[in-house]
Ligand binder design. Structure first.
Ligand SMILES: Cc1cc2nc3c(=O)[nH]c(=O)nc-3n(C[C@H](O)[C@H](O)[C@H](O)COP(=O)(O)O)c2cc1C
Length: 387
C-alpha cells in the first residue's frame, strides 16, 4: 500500500540541492557511471554515489582508481566515495579531488563490513576509535570546505550489539561539519543478514540536526515510504534493491509524490535496458567489449531474477564475449513475458551474516588509538579494499 502521507522535502548538501533525497547507495563493482546514469534516467532528482575509491590507490595514481572516479557528462551531481584508514592519506586524496575538480560531493566510507577492510581498522571498524575517526573526518572536511564541496559520512550501527558506535559517530560527523550522514542500520556482525533495525535510524534522526539518510532493506517504493514514516529520516539510500532494477528510482519518486504508478517492465523492456547498460559499459571500458560483457554478467543475473528463463539461456549469457552475443541472447528471450511480481519485494544480492568479525588485535580494548596501533594500521592501509 502506498502511504499517501509520506513526502520528502529537498535536502541541502552545502550548496547542492537534492530535490528528491533518494540516494543510490555506493556499491563496489556496481555503481560505476553506466549504472548510475541508468538509475538517474529513471529518477533524475536524486543522488547517485560512485563505488568507493581507496584513498591510498588514488594518491598513488593507480589507473583503476581513476577509472572509478569517472563521471558521465549527464550526471547532475558528481558524487565520490573515499575509503581509507590513515587520516593523512585520505586528506591527500581529498586534496586531489578538490584540486582536480574531480567531484561535487564526497562521501566517506565507514560502513564496509568486509574482513579484509575491518581487520585493518577500516570501514565499519573505524568509528570505534573516536580519535582516529574524528581526525579523519576533520581533515577531509577542512580540505573540502575551502572548495565548497560538501562531505557526508556513511556508517553502520556499530561493530556488534555490545559495541554500537552510530550515535557517537553521528555527533562527531555533525560537529566536524559533515552535511549529512547515512546509516545502514546493521552492525558489522550482522553483515547483510536478517533485516536492518530501522529503529536505529529513528534514534539517529532524534539525536542529530543534520539530515540522516536511512539505509537497509528497501526493496520496493513502499519500503522507502515506510522507512521515512517510521523513522522520520530526511531521505533514503538504496543498495541491493536496485540491482537489476534501475527503474526502482522512478517508483520511489512516484511513491513520495503520492502516485501509485509503478514500472513493471516486460522481459522485452528489461532486455532493452540490458542492451543500453552493456553499451554504456563498453564506453566505460574505453571500447573494450569483453571487459564490458564480463562486468555485465552479474547484472544479467539480477535483471533476469524471477523471470522464467532456463538455465541454458542463463549460461549462454555468461558465455557472451561481445555486445553482439548479448544482443543475440536478448533477442531470443520471450519479449512479452510479464514482470515477475513474486520477486519484486524480496531481498536480492548479499543476504548473509558475518561468520566472524575481523578486527585488529586488541581493537576493542580502548576507544583511542595508541601511537603503536596507528603505526601498524597505516602501514597496512590497503591499495585495494574492494567489497
Ligand atoms: C556488492 C555491494 C557492494 C557495496 N559497496 C559499497 C561501497 O563501495 N561503499 C559503501 O559505503 N557501501 C557499500 N555497500 C553497502 C551498500 O551501500 C548498502 O549500505 C547496503 O547494501 C545496505 O543497503 P541495502 O539493504 O539497500 O542493500 C555495498 C553493498 C553491496 C551489496
Amino acid at each position: 500500500m502506498v502511504n499517501q502521507q509520506v513526502a520528502l522535502s529537498p535536502v541541502q548538501l552545502g550548496s547542492i540541492t537534492i530535490p528528491t533525497p533518494v540516494v543510490l547507495s555506493p556499491m563496489a563493482g556496481v555503481t560505476n557511471w553506466p549504472f548510475r546514469v541508468l538509475c538517474e534516467e529513471f529518477g533524475p532528482d536524486g543522488l547517485y554515489v560512485a563505488e568507493m575509491v581507496t584513498a591510498r590507490a588514488l594518491v598513488a595514481k593507480n589507473p583503476k582508481a581513476f577509472r572509478l572516479c569517472r563521471f558521465h557528462s549527464s550526471e547532475r551531481v558528481r558524487s565520490l566515495q573515499l575509503y581509507g584508514v590513515d587520516p593523512v592519506i585520505v586528506e591527500q586524496a581529498a586534496h586531489m579531488v578538490v584540486d582536480g575538480q574531480m567531484a561535487d560531493h564526497i562521501d566517506l566510507n565507514f560502513g564496509c563490513p568486509v574482513p579484509k577492510v575491518t581487520r585493518r581498522g577500516g570501514g565499519s571498524a573505524l568509528p570505534w576509535k573516536l580519535d582516529l575517526f574524528a581526525e579523519l573526518v576533520h581533515r577531509v572536511v577542512s580540505v573540502c570546505s575551502t572548495a565548497g564541496i560538501p562531505v557526508t559520512a556513511k556508517i553502520r550501527v556499530g561493530i556488534d550489539a555490545d559495541h554500537t558506535t552510530f550515535l557517537e559517530a553521528g555527533h562527531i560527523v555533525q560537529e566536524e561539519g559533515c552535511a549529512a550522514v547515512t546509516l545502514h542500520a546493521r552492525t558489522t556482525a550482522e553483515y547483510y543478514g536478517g533485516h536492518s533495525d530501522w529503529s536505529r535510524i529513528g534514534q539517529l534522526v532524534q539525536a542529530l540536526d543534520i539530515p540522516v539518510f536511512g539505509n537497509g532493506d528497501i526493496w520496493t517504493a513502499e519500503d522507502a515510504a515506510a522507512m521515512v514514516a517510521q523513522t522520520g529520516c530526511a531521505g533514503v539510500a538504496i543498495g541491493r534493491g536496485c540491482q537489476g532494477r534501475p527503474w526502482l528510482f522512478s517508483d520511489i519518486a512516484h511513491a513520495f509524490s503520492g502516485n501509485s504508478e509503478r514500472f513493471e517492465p516486460t522481459l522485452g523492456q528489461v532486455g532493452r535496458i540490458m542492451i543500453l547498460h552493456a553499451r554504456l559499459l563498453v564506453e566505460f571500458y574505453d571500447g573494450d567489449e569483453q571487459m564490458a560483457v564480463h562486468d555485465m554478467r552479474k547484472h544479467v543475473a539480477w535483471y533476469l531474477k524471477g523471470f522464467p528463463v532456463g538455465g541454458s539461456t542463463r549460461r549462454a549469457f555468461m558465455e557472451c564475449e561481445s555486445i553482439a552475443d548479448v544482443e543475440k541472447q536478448i533477442a531470443l528471450l520471450p519479449q512479452e513475458q510479464a514482470y515477475p511480481e513474486s520477486v519484486a519485494a524480496k531481498p536480492r544480492g548479499r543476504v548473509r551474516y558475518a561468520k566472524k568479525v575481523h578486527l585488529p588485535y586488541g581493537w576493542l580494548d580502548s576507544r583511542a588509538t595508541s601511537d603503536e596501533e596507528r603505526k601498524a594500521l597505516f602501514g597496512d592501509d590497503p591499495m585495494d579494499a574492494s567489497y
